[in-house]
Structure formats: structure tokens, C-alpha cells
Design a protein around this ligand. Structure first.
Ligand SMILES: C[S@@+](CC[C@H](N)C(=O)[O-])C[C@H]1O[C@@H](n2cnc3c(N)ncnc32)[C@H](O)[C@@H]1O
Length: 336
């Protein structure tokens, strides 16, 4: 979105065009995710009727959706009414973890008003249980979620490793480390260090499988557990990427206190999350904040003063911030 909603409201034509376009984009995205229609495209140009037959759809309806996608430069349609894959449609087809998560995440989003009334995440209103419980009962989906997290980490890690210089450390512990994407990158950058990936038992088992053939596997321990009970001891760098934003203040303090009990006296804590401006201003973190309202009761993005408060309540002091105005920032805190 290049204009804010406020600026769009200055001109009703502008606003209406934006509304129709963005709502339609979401519907179409949802329709092609649910139906997986693009998975029926092959390397050769595919006639519209063939695609309709493969996907079990009405040709006319399919054509109109394909026309919209072609108008958005996702696919191409040639003069013989055949659909041609582009790098973009292939990327959509290949990133099944994003597509699958969109299908899970979209329906609860329509119940955001209930979250606003009750304070309970819309995910719980829709699926009847908190997201990590839901995932624990569905290992295949949890695996997709882990892959999604890895691809998000992949997108942000260039910023982390080009802008932030970690102080020397010997053993890093990634709290809620998922499938280990951040840890493998960290240990590649710091070849003399070792690491621990800590996550819920099911996710830890997936991380083990994921790293079975990694050349780094002998430098990484993978531990399953519950960060509300305890976290592995003995690290001098504790990482938490997109963990605090999953929880309300009370839960964050509980996790941070467990890290405080485990961290070496001269250790450092690196929290990676969006940093909201102190006063509302255009910033990508606000959209993620609504996503957290959708996903997890208590989940939220935070301002610097809120991070400082969490740290000081749990025995840490904020030491430095590497700020990323376009994505996640890195906050380093030390035990006091
Ligand atoms: C939003 S994901 C972030 C994953 C990873 N740090 C990243 O940024 O790619 C949150 C992670 O916290 C883990 N998690 C949730 N509850 C947990 C708990 N009680 N104890 C340990 N890990 C937990 C989830 O399994 C998940 O991998």
C-alpha cells in the first residue's frame, strides 16, 4: 500500500478503487490457495479448458480469475487462451508452506471483531484452541509452520547478520528455535561456537530430522521442552526470534525470568522482533501486530519502552538496539 488508509479516505474514488482491488486480491489469493489450481499448471502452456478439467472447475469462472491474475502479472495468457507459468506463479506453487498457512490463518481473521471484544485471539474463536496446542496435535501442519518460519527467517537474516555485530560468545541457545534456520546461519558466521536449539518436543524432533544431514549437526544440540518451565543452562548468548511477540507481558516475563536463571553471568540476550514507533506512524509492524491479535491471545508487537519494561522486570537491562525500520530489529540485553 503506497497511501495510508487515511490518505485514501480523502478521495472516495481512490478509496473505493483501493477497497475493491485489495478485497479482490485477498479473495483470489484465498481461492487459488484453497483450490491449489496453479499446481495443475505444467511446464508447457496449458489450455484454459485443460486446466479447468484438471482442477474440476467451470472454464468461464476459471478464465475470469486467470484474467485477474494475468492483469496482476502473476501468470500470462497467450493468444490461444493458454496459461503460461511465470517465475511468480512458480514461486507461489513452490512455497506451499506459505499457501497452506494462508488457508489456516485466513478464516480466523474474519473473526477479528470477536478478538477485539473478548481479548481472545480470533484463532481460538475459530479453531477452539490456542495455535501452538492446535499445531502440537497436527505434526504435519506444525512442520509446515516450521518451514514458514524458516522462510521468514531466511528473508530477514541478511539484515541481522550484515547490520548487527554479536559480541564474542561460545555457546548460543535459540529459545523457540523452530527448525534451526537462525542457528545454522549463526554458527556458519561464528565457526568456533556451538549451539542449542530449544523448542516444544514435537518441533525439536522435526529440527533434529531437518538437521540430520547438516555439516553443522555435531555443533548443535537439540532439546525439547517448555520455556514456561525452564530453558537449557550454560549459554552465553540466548536468542529469541519472534517469541516475545507471541505472548502477553506476563508470559514474556515468565520466559525471560527462566532465561535469566539459566544465562551465564557475562551472557547476552538477543531478542529479534519488530519495533513499533513510540507514536503511531506508518510502519510495517502495525500489520503484524494485527496478525498477532489474530493468532495468539496476548501476542503483540511492542514499542521500545515496552521492551525496556519487560527486560527490567525480569532481571535484564537493554544494552543496545540494531534498528530495522522495514522489518525485525535486534535488541540486546544483559543480566543485571
Ligand atoms: C513464531 S515461532 C518463531 C520460531 C523461530 N524463532 C523463528 O523466528 O523462525 C514461535 C516458536 O516458539 C515455539 N514455542 C511455542 N511455545 C513454546 C513453549 N512453551 N516452549 C518452547 N517453545 C515454544 C514454537 O514451537 C515455535 O517454534
Amino acid at each position: 500500500m503506497t497511501k495510508t488508509l487515511g490518505a485514501l479516505l480523502d478521495d472516495f474514488n481512490d478509496f473505493h478503487a483501493w477497497l475493491i482491488h485489495s478485497q479482490t486480491s485477498i479473495w483470489v489469493l484465498h481461492a487459488i490457495s484453497r483450490s491449489q489450481v496453479l499446481n495443475h499448471l505444467g511446464d508447457e502452456p496449458t489450455p484454459m479448458e485443460t486446466l479447468a478439467a484438471r482442477a474440476g472447475m467451470k472454464t468461464d469462472m476459471l478464465r475470469r480469475v486467470m484474467n485477474f491474475l494475468a492483469s496482476q502479472e502473476v501468470i500470462e495468457i497467450d493468444s490461444e487462451d493458454r496459461i503460461i507459468h511465470t517465475a511468480r506463479s512458480r514461486a507461489f506453487q513452490e512455497r506451499q508452506e506459505v499457501v497452506r498457512w494462508l488457508n489456516v490463518n485466513f478464516p480466523p481473521g474474519l473473526k477479528l471483531d470477536q478478538a477485539m471484544k473478548t481479548g481472545i485471539a480470533s484463532f481460538e474463536h475459530h479453531y477452539g484452541q490456542p495455535v501452538f496446542d492446535y499445531l502440537s496435535e497436527r505434526p504435519e501442519l506444525a512442520d509446515e509452520f516450521g518451514k514458514l518460519m524458516s522462510s521468514i527467517t531466511n528473508a530477514f537474516e541478511t539484515f541481522i547478520f550484515s547490520q548487527h555485530q554479536f559480541k564474542p560468545f561460545t555457546r548460543a541457545v535459540d529459545i523457540g528455535g523452530s527448525h534451526g534456520r537462525l542457528m545454522t546461519r549463526l554458527l556458519t558466521e561464528y565457526p568456533s561456537a556451538t549451539g542449542v536449539i530449544f523448542d516444544l518436543p514435537g518441533t525439536a524432533a522435526q529440527a533434529k530430522e531437518n538437521l540430520a544431514s547438516s555439516p553443522l549437526k555435531n555443533r548443535i544440540d537439540i532439546v525439547g521442552g517448555d520455556f514456561f518451565k525452564a530453558v537449557p543452562e550454560g549459554g552465553d548468548l540466548y536468542l529469541m526470534k519472534q517469541i516475545l511477540h507471541d505472548w502477553g507481558d506476563e508470559e514474556c516475563v515468565a520466559i525471560l525470568k527462566n532465561i535469566r536463571a539459566a544465562i551465564a553471568g557475562d551472557g547476552r540476550l538477543a531478542v529479534i522482533d519488530f519495533l513499533l514507533p513510540e507514536e503511531p506512524a506508518p510502519h510495517p509492524g502495525y500489520a503484524l501486530d494485527i496478525n498477532m491479535m489474530n493468532l495468539l491471545t496476548g501476542g503483540r508487537e511492542r514499542r521500545l519502552s515496552e521492551f525496556e519494561e519487560l527486560f527490567s522486570t525480569s532481571g535484564f537491562a537493554l544494552d543496545r538496539v540494531t534498528e530495522n525500520p522495514h522489518g525485525q530489529s535486534l535488541f540486546e540485553a544483559v543480566p543485571v
